[in-house]
Design a protein around this ligand. Structure first.
Ligand code: IPM
Ligand code: MG
Length: 360
């Protein structure tokens, strides 16, 4: 059976990193005898320029018929002046929603070879291995009513944080199940001292917890969680939280590991399609210079192999190849702090190194 993979490279460095990820996926497919068919489409600013909308219905349809979507990044200064509803980011939000991808898995792991690139002291960074499970299709990102207007002569803007119990329960189950396969510790992040929504999360998380008595559950306020992440990051195993808190905390978790340029993500739902993308953005300042780090996109391929194609061995081969090139000393510019004397290589060269490792 041939699996269809939709590439949505997007904007900025998205096309550069996605190209390297595709090369790796093709090589791995060859080696493990997987049959893949690639298609590509536009999303974000690239789609706005071509079609006047950040995501066309046609691309949504192709995505629905695919096994997995490999996405680069969206956005850039060229489209910053546009209203929220037609911005590049809207394309990303829409595809997540249309495909029902409510579970966003963002692992944040320290690669031993990169511990020195973290902005935290090495002894704090050692052993960081956490998974942020972010709810992705609800909360303040999608709540109604929303919008801007003028009331009593003043400009007003409004967004709503809304969750129902089913949305909370399904993401909580995903997180507990993930914790069972890891260190059996789950931190639920909330703001229940202020928000009704968070109080409902507390209730539902506690109800679901009865089915997972082998996992230790801690409820943590979001502000103190942000603080603990920099004070004692290694204490975290799995974190579960809503869309907005998860957006913010996953960047924080990513950065303390050394580089946002290293971290992949998977977005899964009830349907069969999975979407895989690096956590980093489109980095317009370095786009087109062959300076981007493709490793987060390449590690997203490993997640695709594991979660959608169910091929743990192929996923492990990709992960091992990435660890290998780092151990060899290969670094893109984002992985070098201060006066690190190592040779800095570009995006394509990093892809070459991973391919060489894969075939060795
Ligand atoms: C992310 C990004 C997106 C989000 C933006 C680009 C819409 O920050 O994937 O974390 O907020 O979800
Ligand atoms: Mg984000």
């Amino acid at each position: 059976m041939t699996d269809r993979i939709l590439l949505l490279p997007g904007d900025g460095i998205g096309p550069e990193v996605t190209a390297q990820a595709q090369r790796v996926l093709e090589a791995v497919a060859d080696r493990f005898g997987l049959s893949l068919a690639f298609e590509s489409g536009l999303i974000g600013g690239a789609s706005i320029d071509a079609h006047g909308t950040p995501l066309t219905d046609e691309v949504v349809e192709v995505a629905r018929k695919s096994r997995a979507v490999l996405l680069g990044a969206v956005g850039g200064p060229r489209w910053d002046e546009l209203a929220v509803d037609v911005r590049p980011e809207k394309g990303l939000l829409r595809i997540r929603k249309e495909l029902g991808l409510y579970a966003n898995l963002r692992p944040a792991v320290v690669f031993p070879a990169l511990a020195a690139a973290s902005s935290l002291r090495p002894e704090l960074v050692a052993g960081i291995d956490m998974l942020v499970v972010r709810e992705l299709t609800g909360g303040i990102y999608f709540g109604e009513p929303r919008g801007r207007g003028v009331e009593d002569g003043r400009r007003v803007a409004r967004n709503c944080m809304v969750y129902d119990e089913v949305e909370i329960e399904r993401i909580t189950r995903t997180a507990f199940q993930a914790a069972q396969g890891r260190r059996r510790h789950l931190t639920h992040v909330h703001k229940a001292n202020v928000l009704d929504v968070s109080q409902l999360w507390m209730e539902v998380v506690d109800e679901v917890a009865r089915d997972f008595s082998d996992v230790e559950l801690v409820h943590q306020l979001v502000d103190s969680c942000a603080m603990l992440l920099v004070r004692e990051p290694a204490r975290f195993d799995v974190i579960v939280t809503g869309n907005m808190f998860g957006d913010i905390l996953s960047d924080e978790a990513a950065m303390i590991t050394g580089s946002l340029g290293m971290l992949p993500s998977a977005s899964l739902g009830e349907g069969g399609v999975g979407l895989y993308e690096p956590v980093h953005g489109s980095a317009p300042d370095i786009a087109g210079q062959d300076a981007a780090n493709p490793l987060a996109a390449i590690l997203s391929v490993a997640m695709l192999l594991e979660h959608t194609l169910g091929h743990a061995e192929a996923a492990a081969a990709v992960n091992a190849a990435v660890e290998g090139v780092l151990a060899d000393g290969a670094r893109t510019a984002d992985l070098v702090l201060g006066d690190d004397p190592r040779d800095v290589i570009g995006c394509v060269a990093m892809g070459d190194r991973v391919l060489a490792r894969l075939s060795s």
